[in-house]
Write a protein of this length. Structure first.
Length: 97
């Protein structure tokens, strides 16, 4: 699955039009939400809490067209809680946003 760095901006532009300042603000809010979602996964005290946090991250990624992040969050939700390899891949994907 390829990473498309313009997908998030294109999704935002489609939603709000040609408003660069608003797009930047929404992009920043998205990144803050993604980082909080990852922190919620890392601090999850139970496998169910992990799955729930991963599914919320998946939904957030889907709503912004972040396909790679969505796929990784889905992998996390269906896999082992606190899987270190999945967390590393999530961190890399977020860093590329």
């Amino acid at each position: 699955m390829a990473y498309d760095p313009g997908a998030i901006d294109a999704t935002l532009a489609a939603a709000v039009g040609d408003e660069p300042a608003l797009i930047a603000e929404l992009r920043e809010a998205f990144l803050d939400g993604v980082k909080r979602g990852l922190e919620n996964m890392k601090s999850a005290g139970t496998p169910d809490a992990w799955t729930s946090a991963a599914l919320r991250l998946k939904g957030l990624a889907a709503s912004f067209g972040a396909v790679r992040l969505m796929a990784l969050a889905n992998e996390a939700a269906t896999g082992q809680a606190h899987d270190a390899a999945v967390l590393r891949r999530l961190h890399r994907a977020i860093d590329r946003l």
